[in-house]
Ligand binder design. Sequence first.
Ligand code: ATP
Ligand code: MG
Length: 168
Amino acid sequence: MKRGFYIGRFQPYHNGHHEVLEHISKEVDEIIIGIGSAQLSHMIDNPFTAGERVLMITRALSSLGCPYYVIPIEDIQRNALWVAHVQSMAPPFDLCYSSNPLVVRLFTEAGVKVQSPAMYERDTLSGTKIRERILNGKPWKKLLPPAVVQVIKEIDGDERLCQIARDD
Ligand code: ATP
Ligand code: MG
């Protein structure tokens, strides 16, 4: 039984994350998806709650064909202890998939095998760029799996982001 771990903040879950997870699903028996900064929501850089992000991921991956667990992980503000924190929250795993330099560094120092998947269309498939598009009224729905667009619609997520970005 080979389990792979993949972490992101998923603010929101987009087609880049989705491409990576489809790739990972062919390499492992089970996937653990960590939702980082789980405690944050209703902020310009972190608009969605952990629960809303669970919904986005679960619905988008309904036909993945590989078992997966979605685990919210709160920040601990101590990078040197962060891998142990992750391991205390997630089912045991054999390797970590990440292209984030800090995540790669922390797992490698902790002796966990790391693989860095290729980035897909990073010019547009980026949480930061997608939040900017929502705020600037530019098209963004094609950059997310349809199930995620539906979740954002249900929670009025685009209007939430625009409202919290306004001046008082
Ligand atoms: P943000 O701009 O909010 O940081 P992000 O697009 O970087 O969003 P994260 O939620 O930070 O996404 O998720 C981080 C993980 O997703 C990292 O492992 C990162 O390398 C991967 N990732 C992000 N965008 C892509 C992409 N376009 N293709 C492949 N992997 C991606
Ligand atoms: Mg990022």
